[in-house]
Design a protein around this ligand. Structure first.
Ligand code: BTN
Length: 237
C-alpha cells in the first residue's frame, strides 16, 4: 500500500513532496538517505545527515485529512511502537515529540498543501537512528547513542510503516487505540511546565489528553483544554 521513493540526497523530504504534490499519490513515501536542509516545527531547522532516517508520507485520503488532529498524535504513537522494541524509556511529548531518557529522538512536521484545489497533507518524520553526535545545544539522542550499535534504517522505516498502517486503519474504523498508548506514556503528565498559550508564557500543569486530541492543562485552579494552534511547549515562537 505504501509506495517508497528513495533519493540519495534531498534538501528536505517535505519540501520535495510540496514541490511535486500534483504528481504524487496518496501514501507515496519520499525517503532521503541524506537530508541537507531539514525543517522542523515552529520554523526551526531539523539536524539530519546520512545517519538519520528522514521521510515524508503524502496523504490525499480525505478520511485522514479531515482528522488531521488525530494524525499528529497517531504518528507519534507509531514511532513509539517502533522504537520501544529497541529502547525501554520511550515517552511521548504532546503533540508529537518522541523522547528517550529526557532527550528528543524523533520529530514530526505535518504540513497542509493544495493540489488541483484539493488539500493534501505531508507528514514529515525524522528519527535519529545511527547519529553519533549532535551539534552543541541540541538536547537530542539517537538509537545508536542509546544502544551502542547501529541499526539498518530500512528496518526502522518498515516497522514504522506497519505500525502506522495498523493505527490509521483502526482510527478510520473509529478505534482510537493510539490514544491509550499516548496517555500511558505521556511525558508531560503532572509536570509543571512553561507553555506558550496564545503568545503568552504561562506555567501550567499537564493533566490529560482528550479524545479529540486536545491537551488539558491546569492554570491555578482552572482546567483548560487546548489544541496545537493554541498551545506549544516552546519558549520562542
Ligand atoms: C520537529 O520536531 O520540529 C519536527 C521535525 C521534522 C523533521 C522531518 S525530517 C523529514 C521531514 N523533512 C523535513 O524537512 N522535516 C521533516
Amino acid at each position: 500500500m505504501f509506495n517508497c521513493i528513495y533519493f540519495e540526497e534531498l534538501d528536505s523530504t517535505n519540501s520535495y513532496a510540496k514541490r511535486n504534490i500534483d504528481s504524487l499519490n496518496n501514501y507515496d513515501v519520499i525517503i532521503a538517505n541524506n537530508q541537507t536542509s531539514g525543517r522542523g516545527r515552529l520554523s526551526r531547522k531539523w539536524h539530519a545527515d546520512n545517519k538519520s532516517l528522514t521521510f515524508s508520507i503524502v496523504i490525499k485520503d480525505t478520511r485522514i485529512i479531515n482528522d488531521f488532529a488525530s494524525l499528529s498524535l497517531l504518528s507519534a504513537v507509531a514511532i513509539y511502537n517502533t522504537l520501544i522494541k529497541y529502547v525501554p524509556n520511550v515517552s511521548l511529548k504532546w503533540p508529537n515529540d518522541v523522547i528517550v531518557n529526557n532527550k528528543k529522538i524523533s520529530g514530526i512536521l505535518m504540513e497542509a498543501v493544495s493540489f488541483n484545489e484539493l488539500s493534501s497533507l505531508i507528514l514529515g518524520i525524522g528519527i535519529n537512528v545511527n547519529n553519533d553526535f549532535f551539534p552543541e545545544g541540541l538536547d537530542a539522542t539517537s538509537l545508536y547513542i542509546e544502544l551502542g550499535h547501529s541499526i539498518n534504517k530500512d528496518l526502522i522505516l518498515n516497522d514504522f510503516l506497519l505500525n502506522f498502517d495498523y493505527l490509521i486503519n483502526e482510527n478510520i474504523k473509529g478505534n482510537k487505540i493510539y490514544l491509550k498508548t499516548f496517555r500511558n506514556n505521556n511525558y508531560l503528565l503532572n509536570k509543571k511546565v512553561e507553555a506558550n498559550i496564545n503568545n503568552k508564557m504561562q506555567t501550567v500543569i499537564v493533566k490529560d489528553i482528550l479524545n479529540d486530541n486536545r491537551i488539558v492543562v491546569s492554570i491555578g485552579k482552572k482546567d483548560y483544554a487546548l489544541s496545537t494552534g493554541e498551545l506549544s511547549f516552546h519558549k520562542d515562537k
